[in-house]
Design a protein around this ligand. Sequence first.
Ligand SMILES: NC(=O)c1ccc[n+]([C@@H]2O[C@H](COP(=O)([O-])OP(=O)(O)OC[C@H]3O[C@@H](n4cnc5c(N)ncnc54)[C@H](O)[C@@H]3O)[C@@H](O)[C@H]2O)c1
Length: 360
Amino acid sequence: MSLRFALVGCGRIAKRHAELLGHRQVAGAELVSVCDVVEEKARRTAGPFGVPHYTDLHAMAACEHIDVFVVLTESGSHARDVLALAPYGRHIVVEKPMALTLDDADEMIRSCDAHGIKLFVVKQNRFNVPVVKLREALEAGRFGKLVLGTVRVRWCRTQQYYDQDNWRGTWALDGGVLANQASHHVDLLEWMMGDVESVFAKGMTALARIEAEDTAVVLLSFRSGALGVIEATTAARPRDLEGSISLLGERGTVEIGGFAVNEMRTWQFANALPGDGEVMGRYSVNPPNVYGFGHLAYYEHVVECITSDRRQLVDGLEGRKSLELISAIYESIETGREVPLRFKPRLCRLGQISARGETR
Ligand SMILES: NC(=O)c1ccc[n+]([C@@H]2O[C@H](COP(=O)([O-])OP(=O)(O)OC[C@H]3O[C@@H](n4cnc5c(N)ncnc54)[C@H](O)[C@@H]3O)[C@@H](O)[C@H]2O)c1
């Protein structure tokens, strides 16, 4: 028996989800229906897979037998849609970032818990094969004391990209490069380096005409005493250059690059183990686009967690953790000060209604 998945939101990323589920590439999962408020988008997404399409998520929930909803709407609408769906008592997968405010994230976690369902936040880069290999080395203690962790996102998003939908780059529904494109990398850095003690950041809107930042740099102090750096931009021209992470410890260094944290660049440990020599050859595959290969492994994990009732790697609490870090970074950009974690956002504009009047 396959788990029956339904998509809510049929935009750009829905294509990836629909292809994986609709072509039965994920063992134990199938696509049963899709929904978008724009009927043409719903019809186009449903078409190749011969599944019904809807323009209202409640109508879809009422008519179809669904085990898992997949929320692929604009980032600032995730909370609204998850809260609307949770009472149906079906598990929910939500694209990153899970929400734009910590209050929304808290409500989503509370509601999913109250309805006894699992909430999965899509962080597919955690499942990239070189990233899994790095995590294994970290868990085996091969780095010794961690010294420095760095992530870099140097991607190209032109004005045309931002102009294709009016939510992109707005404070109310998206945020800038930190909340959108780099949210994967911020998540990876914190997952690898551990809890963050404080952040100091600067951001600017360098090339795109959007409300939020297209370029930012961040210094981090981790509770372990290690330091970190985030460099994030969508103003790389003329094309995507890099999505990378490096970890430096007293006994080893690992660097994963490529566009989408998918290509092992350095694998060096003071105490070499059998198999170390093959790592560079086996884990250096750059994917054809920045989304990477991770969505397939991510869905396999979703199926495993539901069928075996296991805890999800990125549940609501874990998704909230990186949202808290991103909010602290925005707070630092607004205040010009170092921001300690935990903190209560005061000036962070992410998720707030803007002067341009976008509503949530
Ligand atoms: N994991 C990744 O690598 C990755 C990559 C791209 C996008 N994303 C995330 O996916 C989300 C969507 O991004 P996108 O680029 O596909 O956006 P998009 O604007 O192309 O698609 C969003 C779709 O949701 C629809 N929608 C809005 N409200 C709806 C509702 N109530 N019911 C049904 N449909 C509704 C819109 O009409 C639109 O078609 C964002 O949160 C983004 O951050 C993640």
